[in-house]
Design a protein around this ligand. Structure first.
Ligand code: F6P
Length: 344
């Protein structure tokens, strides 16, 4: 083993740079490996956007958000030409093993390439925390901290104006950010993709709350939450990306309008959007990302390919990419029951 490559794919996420730094430090410091940074996710392996990473390249990046390598939602398996170019470039650059840092899509590609015999390991990344095989992904804690701070701030303005405020957070398939920030911020109702909802139930809950003398309410909604009657996602754009995902967003405005109509209470909406993904990672995410990065290099040296570094309890372990990509990790119903104690 002489040379390894690292790429970051999918949506960016606080902590990616901490992984890159950890990989470079471990690979050079402990094993004297060369490290190649692959730019723009899988795209970099198709087009040959590859550069050496040294101690100098990673100086000062630990607290920085985003990824110094850039990222993309490029799916290299969509076209046979791209797939072949990727395989050729792995040879051309002499990459003996690859580290793919990403969520369901990036690691799904990694798993398929592993089955073709490409020596690689994965590192789990997503602010949505919906990847199976790991208790937590890095980036989630930062997103939850940002959403919680926003909910705290929205509380004081909702209270002053006696309004309902609907806070829309990210969470395409699962409601982890909504549930955890909702509990932390004291939300009066939380709507998540795992539990289709009726706006009339939300309105009723708010009316009952008002009768009890609480003349403001905070509703947290995940972007992928669906009304029970139609089951329709609210999308910003019907176009799909290379992995077949539409751009979500707008459910907050839709339900805010209906809540105002049904309750007669002034209702406003705040969509947190990309603020949840940008900027500096929390200490927790820096440490988790660093542990994942160190483990990924150790896994390569141990020949544990086709696996992903993962958090199980307090330990970082290697789990099969097959398990990690077998289905999404939904919000724990027990956790959601805790959130429900505070509804209304
Ligand atoms: O996958 C993480 C995520 O934050 C989702 O919650 C969201 O739908 C998606 O990324 C949006 O990312 P982009 O607009 O960059 O495709």
């Amino acid at each position: 083993m002489k040379k390894i490559g690292i790429l970051t794919g999918g949506g960016d996420c606080p902590g990616l740079n901490a992984v890159i730094r950890a990989v470079v430090r471990r690979a050079i410091g402990a094993y004297n490996l060369e490290v190649l940074g692959i730019r723009e996710g899988w795209g970099g392996l198709i087009y040959g956007y590859v550069e050496p990473l040294t101690h100098y390249s990673i100086t000062g990046i630990l607290p920085r958000g985003g990824t110094i390598l850039g990222t993309s939602r490029k799916n290299p398996l969509k076209s046979q030409d791209d797939h072949q170019r990727l395989r050729d470039n792995l040879k051309r650059y002499g990459i003996d093993a690859l580290i793919a840092v990403g969520g369901e899509d990036t690691l799904g590609v990694a798993y398929k390439l592993h089955k073709e015999g490409v020596p690689l390991v994965g590192v789990p990344k997503t602010i949505d925390n919906d990847l199976s095989g790991t208790d937590y992904t890095f980036g989630f804690d930062t997103a939850v901290s940002i959403a919680t701070e926003a909910i705290d701030r929205l509380h004081t303005t909702a209270e002053s104006h006696h309004r309902v405020i609907v806070v829309e957070v990210m969470g395409r398939h699962t409601g982890w950010i909504a549930t955890v920030s909702g509990i932390a911020g004291g939300a009066d109702c939380i709507l998540i993709p795992e539990k289709p909802f009726k706006v009339s139930d939300v309105s009723q809950l708010i009316k009952t709350r008002h009768k009890r003398g609480k003349n403001f309410s905070i509703v947290v909604v995940a972007e992928g939450a669906k009304p029970e009657d139609t089951g329709d996602l609210i999308v910003q754009d019907e176009k799909v990306d290379e992995f077949g995902h539409v751009r979500l967003g707008g459910i907050g405005s839709v339900i805010a309008r209906q809540i105002e109509e049904q309750t007669g209470i002034e209702t406003r909406v705040t969509s947190l959007g990309y603020v949840q993904r940008g900027g500096t990672p929390t200490a927790y995410d820096r440490v988790l990302a660093t542990r994942f990065g160190v483990k990924a290099v150790d896994m390569i040296i141990a020949g544990e390919f086709g696996k992903m570094s993962s958090l199980r309890g307090n330990k970082i372990v290697a789990v099969d990419l097959e398990e990690a990509t077998s289905g999404l990790k939904k919000v724990d119903p027990e956790l959601f029951k805790v959130a429900e104690v505070f509804f209304g």
